[in-house]
Design a protein around this ligand. Structure first.
Ligand code: SF4
Ligand code: SF4
Ligand code: SF4
Length: 354
């Protein structure tokens, strides 16, 4: 543990900008919204800005990405596969704990199971992550209910906690430790660790006024979903509200569904492209012969919430699939973000009226 005086934050950011593409929270001057984006200059980053409207997942899982090119000769049946190394080193600064947990879900999805996704692995290997403890939650947040914040427990290279005039600079990897030495930071002491604990506990205490009812019911909803006790009528009600727009998947830090398309180029080779996809789209589960096991919208909606809340899915990710960021509730035109789905399950369970 080290101390980074706030006056030295620009030095940290400049050091990172010298060797990485720098990404972090940037406040849009027109809308006033915070976006997680590439910084043209280190001065653009705002560590005190609210949770960004988008997630950092695009840095490891771009909206559209060529994952390889190939040439296939029909006559000789020769296949020539080219994997160009387009992945550049990136530093992500100001990542909130919920979003880091989303990236850890991605790690399990792309690296931690039967197959290893080499393109994703390149992104992650060349990445440095600086997380930022939330010393106060934002109005949409419920990470305390999904064990995903407001303090990052693991998975970062550096974690910063605002202690007033300085940040507590915690290192979680060799890269982070080397950075502390390079910056010549002073070691932190037990009083600094105690100040961090007090700041985190104070932040957790602030959730009492906002992570109420629907959010606090999440563990019960996990139980109902996992044991299959959510009634079909509840899924039908939720399905009727859904516009099938896909926004919830696109803003979710842990949604990793993708589509693959081969596109022939005029130059000759065929590009294999990966694009974001969403389980809310009718064509998502369509198979050859037009068979679609998830044609009714409610079958697609229950799949999403099963993925976010069921215990079996949590075992796969080693953490809940929902990391409590509240973004889906902000963007859903049908008002069925995750907290309201939990409300629907609570009403079904208790028999309470809307
Ligand atoms: S959900 Fe938690 S970790 Fe994420 S921004 Fe809100 S308080 Fe921070
Ligand atoms: S399901 Fe909603 S609240 Fe949960 S992590 Fe995804 S976007 Fe955030
Ligand atoms: S954002 Fe809402 S309306 Fe759009 S697909 Fe998701 S649940 Fe359906």
């Amino acid at each position: 543990m080290y101390i980074l005086p706030k006056s030295d934050l620009p030095m940290l950011l400049r050091t990172l900008a010298d060797r990485y593409e720098l990404f972090g929270p940037i406040v849009d001057p027109v809308s006033g919204e915070t976006l997680f984006d590439r910084a043209a200059s280190p001065e653009d980053l705002r560590l005190d800005a609210p949770i960004p409207v988008n997630t950092p997942k695009f840095t490891v899982f771009p909206h559209l990405e060529r994952i390889l090119s190939f040439r296939y000769d029909r006559d000789s049946k020769d296949l020539d596969i080219v994997r160009d190394d387009l992945v550049r080193p990136k530093a992500l600064v100001g990542v909130r704990s919920c979003d880091l947990n989303g990236l850890l879900c991605f790690d399990r999805f792309f690296l931690g199971q039967e197959y290893v996704d080499e393109v994703y692995r390149d992104h992650r290997r060349k990445m440095l992550i600086v997380t930022n403890t939330c010393v106060r939650p934002f109005v949409q947040c419920f990470c305390v209910c999904t064990d995903s914040g407001p303090y990052a427990a693991e998975g970062y290279d550096v974690n910063l906690t605002d202690l007033g005039s300085a940040y507590l600079f915690e290192t979680g990897s060799e890269k982070g430790a080397a950075l502390a030495v390079e910056l010549g930071l002073a070691a932190a002491g037990p009083a600094d660790a105690a100040a961090r604990d007090a700041a985190v506990n104070h932040s957790i205490g602030l959730f009492d006024g906002q992570a109420v009812e629907n959010k606090a019911w999440i563990s019960r909803a996990v139980n109902r979903l996992t044991t299959g006790f959510v009634k079909p009528e509840t899924w039908e009600y939720i399905g009727r509200q859904c516009f099938e727009c896909g926004a919830c998947s696109f803003v979710c830090p842990s949604c990793s569904c993708f589509n693959i398309e081969d596109v022939a180029t005029q130059a000759g080779p065929t590009d294999r492209l990966r694009t974001w996809d969403s389980c809310s789209f009718e064509g998502y589960a369509r198979m050859a012969g037009e068979h679609n096991p998830r044609r009714p919208v409610e079958d697609r909606r229950n799949k999403r919430f099963f993925c976010k809340l069921s215990y079996s899915q949590s075992k796969k990710y080693l953490r809940p699939g929902c990391v409590g960021c509240g973004r889906c509730a902000r963007v859903c035109p049908g008002d069925i973000g995750l907290p309201n789905v939990v409300t629907a399950i609570r009403r079904e369970t208790t028999g309470s009226k809307p």
